[in-house]
Design a protein around this ligand. Structure first.
Ligand SMILES: NC(=O)c1ccc[n+]([C@@H]2O[C@H](COP(=O)([O-])OP(=O)(O)OC[C@H]3O[C@@H](n4cnc5c(N)ncnc54)[C@H](OP(=O)(O)O)[C@@H]3O)[C@@H](O)[C@H]2O)c1
Length: 336
């Protein structure tokens, strides 16, 4: 490998002591390939994407990243450069999401990553590397949520499906996917100005996020939704559960509002509703591959371009700060 390709650009988040507090700042640096962690496969990253978890990692959230300096980026799509295992060879197009990428292993906000082969999924036919990162972890998670709801028996004729945090990464893909599958989608958002965007993705009803935050001591609310995709948690989640139709289900994957849940058993024992947890990080490989296959074929979104904007390495810091402040809209793809 030439001297040129031994070096690569990466985002680096540094930690420093400021008085009695730790502070974090990031910059774009040049690194040596040798400085990457040990791993079976070296991948040249073509695209990454921005997720809420990256914003947490870049801002010093120790639940996501313990040690700094660190390169965030929980997603990457690219081409295998070298491999010490038989299952992958130089030139293979791959996607990496989840596991420890971008958490405590240097991640996709860099021109190269080195990872265990078990973290890779082959880029499916029908999806470009760019399109795979328009989806990224957010899209995979939205697909896993929809898959859980369908497996729990949800059908389009059962009634409307609510998506919370609808303009965010997971939310916007969930709105588009559910609408494409024939569901009537209610989008809950804190951004009144994003109504046109949500309608363009296929939402038929838009409600103010505030409506779902209202405290109501009643154990059950009027039956409203056949299914819910929730990224918010806390009171929003609980109000959604209490307003499920008989036998309905919530697929829960996020905590942007709160990690807590002040709940009762009533919706479960009086309406037979289901609360379904969704994890995209350690999801078993067969299901993960199946989801990517579906996203490349029968679940391929016609709205992929409308969902995404492309950002450069130099723009990462400001875009991640926007995500932390709840200002994200759709998906952001990092072009490397
Ligand atoms: N379980 C998993 O494997 C998995 C995978 C991916 C993501 N997640 C989690 O899912 C959540 C969403 O991730 P993301 O990447 O889609 O994030 P994102 O792009 O930042 O979107 C989050 C959206 O939630 C809404 N929101 C923000 N702050 C809120 C608040 N305080 N209360 C209510 N709504 C708020 C905003 O949308 P509106 O303005 O439209 O309301 C925001 O755009 C995060 O908690 C993330 O950690 C989990």
């Amino acid at each position: 490998m030439s001297t040129e390709t031994k070096q690569f650009k990466a985002m680096r988040v540094e930690e420093r002591q400021e008085g009695d507090k730790l502070a974090y700042s990031s910059s774009i640096v040049t690194r040596e390939l040798d400085s990457l962690p040990e791993g079976e496969v070296l991948v040249k990253v073509q695209y990454s994407s921005l997720n809420y978890k990256d914003a947490l990692s870049a801002s010093g959230n120790k639940g996501v990243t313990r040690n700094y300096p660190h390169t965030p980026g929980i997603d990457a799509a690219g081409i295998v450069q070298s491999s010490s295992v038989d299952t992958y060879a130089a030139g293979d197009a791959v996607i990496i999401t989840g596991y420890d990428l971008g958490m405590n292993t240097d991640g996709g906000f860099a021109e190269y990553v080195r990872v265990p082969a078990a973290w890779l999924v082959r880029l499916p036919d029908g999806l470009s590397a760019y399109e795979s990162m328009v989806l990224g972890t957010a899209g995979l998670t939205a697909a896993l949520c929809v898959d859980k709801l369908l497996k729990a028996g949800l059908t389009p004729d059962a009634g409307a499906v609510l998506v919370t945090g609808a303009t965010g990464g997971v939310g916007s893909v969930a709105v588009a996917l559910l609408a494409q599958l024939g569901f009537a989608v209610t989008a809950a958002t804190g951004k009144a100005e994003a109504a046109d965007f949500l309608r363009s993705l296929g939402a038929t009803e838009i409600i103010d996020r505030q409506e779902l935050l209202e405290e109501n001591p009643r154990p059950l609310l009027k039956e409203r939704w056949a299914g819910v995709v929730d990224v918010v948690g806390g009171p929003v989640l609980w109000n959604a559960v209490k307003a499920l139709r008989y036998g309905g289900s919530v697929a829960l994957c996020g905590l942007v509002g709160s990690p807590s849940l002040d709940a009762s058993v009533f919706p479960f024992i009086l309406r037979g509703v289901n609360l379904l947890g969704v994890d995209s990080v350690n999801v078993p490989q067969p299901l993960k591959s199946q989801m990517w296959q579906r996203l490349a074929t029968d679940w391929k979104l016609t709205q992929l371009d409308a969902l995404a904007q492309t950002v450069a390495l130099e723009e990462l810091e400001s875009k991640l700060n926007g995500l932390l402040a709840g200002k994200g809209k759709g998906r952001m793809v990092l072009a490397l």
